[in-house]
Design a protein around this ligand. Sequence first.
Ligand SMILES: [Zn+2]
Length: 286
Amino acid sequence: MPELPEVQALADFLRERTDGLVVTGVELGSISVLKTFTPPPQALVGAPVDGVARHGKFLDLDCGGTHLVFHLARAGWLRWSDAMPATVLRPGKSPIALRVRFDDASGFDLTEAGTKKRLAAYIVGDPGLVPGIASLGPDPMADEFTLAVFAAIAASHRMQVKGMLRDQSIIAGVGNAYSDEVLHVAKLSPFALAATLGPPEVERLYEALRATLAGAVATASGKPAKELKDAKRAGMRVHGRTGETCPECGDVVREVSFADSSLQYCATCQTGGKPLADRRTSKFLK
Ligand SMILES: [Zn+2]
């Protein structure tokens, strides 16, 4: 799933590519991808792209005051083309959920690979009308997101720090991958309770959050949409690297799996050398 750095890079990429262009077509490959009824997709046709913004993991194309907002979810992606195929997209079993065309023949497709269709698009007069945007917590890359702001957030959440980092209503834009990375940099257990962290830990976590995201934004920035996924994967220290070697200490990267996700961490760096309980492996050990 693209997270803040990739979505920021996609926003920057789209802003640059669509500057001065006019929308000439919006086609739906999947009716269920569009979560709003009015205005209709045709409302975007003929409108100039006035801006592209990111809200958490949402992308927002301002087309003459009507906003096309979308969230790529776990298996969604954006595919840009300088020369879109002429064939009109029709609802069906295509992995293409939504197609947007511009007046220079360029455009993009939103594709979704997974079986769980979670990619969501909205056409609204105000992005704040999208429920997932209205409920977003503060953006961790904003200037206003100071150590004091973060410390207050941590102090008021008696929950596992991994869950706090991922909760979009608490902090916007961080998901499963970057929360693993941030916790590894901060040398904190994903299961530590946010509210019980001492000031040095809170500061370490804050610095790790800002530095990890800033580094990933810098890496992703300027890359074309099609290269972002691989760049994200290549930049990971522990996330998705179960069984590989921790780049900090040489210990093996371990995993805890859940029903539909897993987290990766280094026991030596993050949990005092003690592996975390993993229901799946514990079952095998019994
Ligand atoms: Zn380590």
